[in-house]
Design a protein around this ligand. Structure first.
Ligand SMILES: [Zn+2]
Length: 610
């Protein structure tokens, strides 16, 4: 089963890359671009920056203390993509492994001297995830041997004691290695790392122990806090441990932390993180659009967590958040050419960025960069898109549940299905039955699709007039089911309402009061101002139904607005608001994931309203 997450229990069993083939379409095109362009791009930069040379023993060592992990994420991407370059890169990594399994190009000679910032166990986590991918896609080879030796070294060194890593990820990696090999020591090691955290296990730091979720035991936490990627990688590992050990209390703890975090600490795009200084969550409702941090890796971690919770519980709300995050964060993180990336993803950019053509240190420019000093995001995108087919559907007692509506061929048990759709641009989804079979088919109806319809169209009645023909019934958010048995040629038709809709923020989000945003289907839209288009700083929008314009299959929107000059006074405060002043303009809205592809621009998702 070619799958990055393969729980041995839980409500749903995911279908892997061997059961789901994503066909050309929104995601199929991105997966192809990723496997053809992004993976090679990442390898080229890692070679150029000397991070691969570190494994060959080239000195001085180059890159940050965690740069080994980028090569491991790339190896994982290569494993899922069945990339021919994997064995040669694995060979280079193997050269750096020490006799007892230790492997780290930064800390060799001074191993385990800095648990707070050293990232040694973090690097093993990514190495192990690469090994699991290789094991499941290909079987044992040099990479999986390196991984087993490293994981065994970790178990020997850390099983007893109270140490853990400042950056989680080893937890979910070890559980997955347990699932892939059956060796229980990996699960036990993961369980102990989870239980150790928050006792506390790490030193206090200026950001506070909450930065690395060591401020209190995971069972006692109420909400995700601290560094977003750390928090969500940890929570993913906690779900894995809970599922494999049957620890209901632990699973419930993460579910309720997720619930509050989604309700109070998540941006409209699904992005998480409001503070730049420590890449962390803010307080509840602290969600400023211009200072939103929303690291691309945080969104990937959120998709990983939501997917795990979905499999454990079968609850569609997890797939809803995963979808929102996939379309508005994952798809945003990489440019349409597959070779430049966003690290932070604010919801408002006030100043057009200066074009970048090299390594970007700040990663806050508002233009995608080909590479970063800390290049976690490009490699994370590469491995996620390469494994994306595994997120699309799941099986449950002979049923197939389709979480993500994308052109695909899905085979499971006695069901063979082909999904055809122009989603997310169009709302029609057709699921064609390819072979005679049986079993229930469930399609997820997103939470915003409150007036969707579903029709079961047996092959025998496809030309029959109503009422003998298909019966169309309304379906609400959640999974909508159609029962078998099936004959080849039978069809399920789902129609989702794709009208653009205005979305208002909770009034406790002070930074967004008086604003509204436009969404259509799963896509968040934004106003983007390139060159001489209307300035966005003092824009005020009319909450009228947006007009739709389709160009080359992409749906853009237009709303009425007023634009005033604004900001010309000596003092930016006064007795009266000029919100109703200014010239009438038509404001073009583009899907948020496409912004920043036409050169330097200003941008805003949330529009102050008249
Ligand atoms: Zn990142």
């Amino acid at each position: 089963m070619a799958n990055p997450v393969l729980p041995s229990s839980g409500v749903l069993s995911p279908l892997g890359l061997d059961s789901v083939r994503v066909l050309p379409g929104f995601w199929g095109d991105r997966i192809a671009l990723n496997n053809d362009v992004t993976i090679a791009h990442c390898q080229e930069w890692e070679e150029r920056e000397g991070w691969i040379g570190n494994f060959r023993g080239e000195r001085p060592r180059r890159g940050r203390e965690f740069s080994d992990s980028e090569i491991y994420k790339l190896l994982e991407a290569m494993a899922w993509a069945d990339h021919p370059g994997l064995p040669a890169l694995a060979e280079i990594v193997a050269q750096a492994q020490e006799g007892d399994g230790y492997l780290n190009t930064r800390w060799t000679g001074s191993r385990y001297t800095d648990f707070e910032w050293g990232h040694e166990l973090y690097c093993y986590g990514h190495l192990i995830q690469a090994g699991v991918a290789r094991l499941r896609m290909h079987g044992e080879d040099q990479l999986t041997e390196v991984v087993t030796r490293a994981a065994d070294h970790v178990c020997r060194r850390f099983m007893d004691g109270d140490e853990t890593c400042g950056h989680p990820v080893i937890e979910m990696a070890l559980v997955e290695l347990y699932r892939a090999t059956g060796a229980e020591r990996y699960l036990e090691m993961a369980r102990r790392f989870v239980e150790r955290r928050g006792l506390p296990a790490l030193a206090d730091i200026p950001f506070g122990r909450a930065y690395y979720q060591d401020d209190l035991p995971v069972r006692q936490a109420q909400v995700f806090r601290g560094h977003v990627v750390r928090a969500l990688y940890l929570a993913s590992g906690v779900v894995d441990v809970a599922v494999e050990t049957g620890d209901e209390e632990l699973l419930k703890a993460v579910e309720s932390q997720w619930e509050r975090t989604v309700a109070r600490r998540t941006h409209l795009t699904g992005g998480m993180g409001s503070r730049h200084a420590d890449e962390s969550y803010g307080e509840d409702y602290e969600l400023p659009p211009d200072r939103a941090y929303n690291e691309t890796c945080g969104s990937i971690a959120s998709i990983m967590l939501a997917h795990r919770l979905l499999l454990a519980t079968g609850d569609a709300r997890y797939a809803d958040l995963a979808e929102r995050t996939m379309y508005n964060m994952l798809a945003t993180g990489v440019a349409l050419d597959g070779a430049s990336f966003f690290y932070v993803n604010p919801l408002q950019v006030r100043v057009p960025a200066t074009p970048l053509d090299g390594v970007n240190h700040a990663a806050e420019g508002g233009l995608r960069s080909p590479w970063f000093d800390v290049s976690c995001c490009p490699n994370n995108i590469a491995r996620t898109l390469a494994s994306l087919p595994a997120y699309v559907a799941a099986a449950k007692d002979g049923e197939v549940l389709i979480h993500h509506l994308t052109p695909a061929e899905i085979r499971s048990g006695r069901l063979a299905l082909r999904v055809e759709t122009g989603y997310p641009w169009q709302g029609s989804v057709s699921v064609r039955v390819l072979e005679d079979g049986e079993g229930r088919v469930g399609l997820r109806v997103p939470a915003w699709a409150t007036d969707a319809t579903l029709a079961h169209v047996p092959v025998s009645s496809q030309d029959a007039p109503l009422p003998e023909g298909p019966v169309i019934r309304p379906v609400g958010p959640g999974y909508a089911y159609v029962e078998g048995p099936w004959r080849a040629g039978d069809e399920i038709r789902l129609e989702l309402p794709m009208r653009p809709r205005w979305t208002l923020p909770d009034r406790r989000i002070d930074a967004l009061r008086g604003s509204a945003a436009v969404e259509r289907g799963p896509l968040v839209y934004c106003a983007e101002s390139v060159a001489d288009e209307p300035p966005l700083a003092a824009v005020t929008a009319r909450v009228d139904p947006p007009e739709e314009h389709e160009t080359d299959g992409v749906v853009e929107l237009e709303v009425g607005a007023k634009v005033s000059s604004g900001g010309d006074g000596a003092w930016p405060y006064g007795a009266a608001s000029d919100a109703k002043q200014g010239a009438d303009v038509r404001l073009r809205l583009v899907p948020y994931h496409r912004w920043g592809n036409r050169g330097p621009a200003t941008m805003r998702v949330w529009l102050p309203t008249i």
